[in-house]
Design a protein around this ligand. Structure first.
Ligand code: ADQ
Length: 466
């Protein structure tokens, strides 16, 4: 069996094999590494004065983690810059926030070259390489340029934008051309895959073959849709753990008979938090009779604080939560509990379970695992209702059971909240069951196997570098 080399911006190999703190993706990738053997390579998260390329190896819970430090300028141009100020907003359809700077683009290529230089000597001829996410689009090509003939796959965790949007990026054609270094390219949904195919065919002149194979020059890649799931079994167990039961009881006690609506998101403009608050406000305005009967718990730990648009969204939300609370709160009731910290996963599961409604309303999201976690945490006898944005990748799998909305419409959000609050228990159970069937079946292990089986089954001769 081939060893697996996983490469991602950050390495989150679990500290111990039972650690649930990491989330499904890290657990699934670590499990793949334990099964196949191999290495998880990436940035340590630390900054060094001058780049040395020294690799720090650590053995963590049966997984070998190999990390390198980057220079401050690398972090500014590659991570805060091209990844999070250029690609992230663009790929989430926010070209108004996307910054196109040659300095960022240059830093991005430089850091990908640094990754390639350092990881290349670790790759043995029979290894299979699996690269994760938008920080690393050109890494496959950089490895090919260094004579790497291994099978290489790439998985994108965020949406792929429509071709006309992508076309606004000055480096778009080059970036997509480099992706033909991969043997397999994976997306969460058919929609993201179609947009990629569209660009490759119409803008680069790639030839579309059977089964979403795309040929450009002497390279052929296979594009697949492989929706990521959660570690459902672990999450259900977590939801029944003592920590979850305690969190559940505490939430129920503090709710004093009121229905709780919960939102859990990284503090990111793509998650539609401003629109969510406005939709909830519309609900309070339209339904005065419900005012003291419900409250919204919004958990939003800050992320990417080094990027200005994230500082702005944080300020906006603080203002909006304060405004809504000021306008509607009473001495014995606050409409929004706005919390900026993270919680251990078991506790989170208890909180999800105590919520009558899970409000997951991103404006754009590759998948959205919170939607699936909310479903997995529910009490099968008395489940809550998932209100889900039509623009989350998760909507493709959960559309039958969720109440789907357009998150840009405050009225739709308000109507969905009232529909969910009034929904009979039997309808809630029926809707939950169809969603849970999917969350159980297409879990994170299923996702990982789907991707790696296609990747490992792909045979392709690559000409050695000149
Ligand atoms: P994210 O944008 O980070 O991931 P998401 O899929 O929702 O979005 O995952 C967030 C994770 O963080 C969840 O597991 C959630 O439980 C956890 N989390 C959030 N807030 C938390 C808190 N306060 N305390 C503890 N845990 C918290 C990117 C893409 C997504 C895609 C994933 C995986 O943007 O679209 O689903 O990768 O591919």
């Amino acid at each position: 069996m081939s060893r697996l080399i996983i490469i991602s911006n950050r390495v989150s190999a679990p500290k111990d094999s039972n650690s649930g703190a990491q989330g499904g993706l890290a657990v699934a990738l670590a499990a793949a590494l334990r099964e196949n053997g191999g290495i998880w390579f990436g940035w340590s998260g630390d900054v060094t004065e001058e780049f040395t390329g020294d690799i720090n190896f650590q053995r963590r819970a049966g997984v070998t983690a190999a990390t390198i430090d980057l220079e401050q300028q690398d972090v500014e141009e590659y991570y805060n810059g091209y990844a999070n100020r250029t690609l992230w907003p663009l790929f989430h359809y926010r070209i108004d926030l996307a910054e196109y700077e040659r300095g960022f683009a240059g830093g991005y290529v430089r850091v990908n070259d640094r990754f390639a230089d350092t990881v290349r000597p670790l790759i043995e001829p029979e290894d299979v390489v699996w690269i994760q996410d938008y920080h690393m689009f050109p890494l496959g090509q950089a490895l090919r340029d260094r004579g790497c003939r291994n099978r290489i796959g790439f998985f994108l965790h965020i949406p792929w934008p429509p071709r006309r949007l992508l076309g606004t990026l000055p480096e778009a054609a080059d970036l997509v051309r480099t992706m033909f270094a991969y043997d397999v390219v994976g997306f969460h949904t058919e929609e993201w895959l179609e947009s990629f195919r569209d660009f490759a065919v119409k803008d680069l002149g790639a030839e579309l073959g059977e089964d979403n194979t795309l040929k450009l020059g002497d390279r052929t890649l296979k594009a697949i849709a492989a929706p990521i799931g959660i570690d459902c079994k672990e999450f259900v167990e977590g939801a029944n753990s003592p920590a979850a039961r305690l969190a559940f009881r505490q939430m129920r006690d503090s709710a004093v008979g009121r229905d709780m609506i919960v939102g859990v998101d990284r503090l990111d403009y793509s998650k539609g938090l401003e629109e969510r608050f406005r939709g909830y406000e519309r609900f309070l305005e339209r339904h005065p009779e419900e005012r003291k009967e419900v409250f919204l718990l919004q958990i939003a730990p800050p992320s990417r604080a080094g990027v200005e648009s994230y500082q702005k969204i944080r300020t906006t939300l603080e203002g909006l939560a304060g405004y809504i609370n000021g306008r509607y709160a009473d001495v014995d009731w606050v409409p929004i509990r706005y919390v900026n910290q993270g919680y251990p996963r078991d506790q989170l599961a208890g909180i999800y379970r105590a919520a009558r409604i899970g409000l997951v309303t991103p404006l754009r999201d590759g998948m959205n695992l919170v939607a699936k976690e909310y479903v997995a945490a529910q009490d099968p006898e008395n489940p809550g209702v998932l209100i889900l944005s039509n623009f989350a990748g998760a909507a493709a799998q959960l559309r039958e059971g969720a109440v789907l909305i357009n998150p840009y419409s405050a009225e739709e959000m308000s109507d969905a909240i009232i529909q969910a609050l009034r929904m009979e228990r039997q309808e809630r159970i029926d809707r939950w069951r169809v969603m849970m069937d999917n969350v159980e079946k297409e879990d994170v292990i299923w996702w990982r196997k789907r991707f790696t089986s296609v990747l490992m089954g792909t045979e392709q001769e690559t000409e050695p570098a000149e």
